[in-house]
Design a protein around this ligand. Structure first.
Ligand SMILES: [Fe+2]
Length: 349
């Protein structure tokens, strides 16, 4: 590669002899007499390497170096310093010059400085193209990943919908229950500040929370009257069955846990394990409130829909006793704001 070199020196003889020597070696050379002239030429021609005297009228070498670096850090600047002035040479390097050559200028010293400047330029170029390739690779990869995530989300949504259809076949009086519980769970989780990935996980658990009912006899699920004690014990196995089904699927571990705990209550009055307080995960407490709100406000096999007001009454009554107080407060606030929308809409994964 042929490099473009700018020589800036108020000493005509030195400027011209240096330029001539560099031209003989095949470089394209520009010259300027002052720092200011050098700056204008640099901006116009964008040379790769600049040799500049330090002591010049009208913008010295330090001024020129600063001006060059404010435009581009790529150019290599070599300062020509006075004989024996080591302080100036050190200062030149400190403020960003690539190298310095002392006066009187000797061509063998110029050659070495030039060779090293070219090596630094090649290295900068290599780093630049590597970084560019890396950025491109990252960009390509993220487009690919976004596509994959979209595809798997669609796939997951399909599987969950299919499972919901199966659940509803076994429990026809609960049509739409899981879907609405997932919507409520999502709304509460968002309001409580969970990040989108966790909200999605909670929605999955909510959509599948009653999956264990597929192993509960239909005559128990659809019984139009109150259940006997034995029937209730059988029904109360559905969180365990659901947990067993889902735990092997590979969802985050909170999904089977939420399914297992969605009927547990803070005071230990829930089932299947009669857990208390902190033994119940916060995510499960969210699902529990969402489940209760939906179940009470909708129709059941053994009773008509009781409505949202009754549902709110229940969670208020059980606040900090059966249900987590923060979850209850968030839920009530959400219902107050969007009462109509609260039980409508679709699951968005
Ligand atoms: Fe349930």
């Amino acid at each position: 590669m042929s490099y473009k070199i700018l020589v800036v020196d108020d000493d005509k003889e030195l400027r011209e002899s240096l330029a001539e020597n560099l031209e003989i070696k095949g470089y394209s050379v520009l010259t300027a007499k002052t720092g200011l002239e050098g700056k204008e030429l640099f901006l116009k021609e964008k040379p790769d390497i600049v040799f500049t005297d330090v002591m010049m009228p009208d913008g010295n070498g330090f001024y020129l170096l600063k001006e060059i670096h404010s435009v581009s850090k790529d150019a290599e600047v070599i300062m020509i310093t006075s004989y024996g002035d080591m302080d100036m040479a050190i200062e030149a390097i400190r403020v960003g010059a690539g190298d310095f050559i002392p006066k009187p200028v000797k061509m063998n010293v110029v050659d070495v400085a030039l060779k090293r400047a070219i090596e630094r330029l090649s290295l900068k170029q290599a780093i630049k193209s590597y970084t560019h390739n890396l950025e491109q690779m990252i960009q390509d990869r993220s487009v690919e990943l976004t596509e994959q995530i979209k595809k798997s989300n669609t796939f997951l949504k399909g599987i969950i919908s299919a499972l919901n259809i199966i659940i509803e076949k076994f429990d026809p009086f609960n049509t739409g229950h899981s879907k609405r519980v997932a919507i409520i769970t999502k709304a509460i989780s968002v309001k409580m500040g969970y990040p989108p990935s966790k909200v999605q996980t909670h929605q999955i658990a909510a959509a599948l929370h009653d999956i264990g009912k597929i192993f509960i006899p239909t005559n128990i699920l659809s019984k139009p009257s109150a259940l006997t004690k034995d029937e209730r014990l059988i029904l109360q196995r559905h969180p365990i069955i659901g947990y067993e089904i889902v735990k092997e699927v590979g969802f985050p571990s909170i999904v089977p846990k939420m399914i297992l705990q969605h009927h547990e209550r803070l005071d230990g009055s829930g089932y299947p394990k009669k857990l208390k307080g902190n033994q119940i995960a916060m995510e499960s407490r969210i699902l529990a409130v969402a489940d209760v709100i939906e179940a009470i406000s909708s129709k059941r096999s053994y009773r008509p829909a009781l409505g949202l007001t009754k549902a709110i009454e229940e969670i208020k009554k059980g606040r900090n006793i059966k249900y987590d107080k923060d979850v209850v407060d968030v839920c009530i606030e959400l219902i107050a704001k969007k009462r109509k929308d609260f039980l409508e809409g679709t699951i968005i994964f």
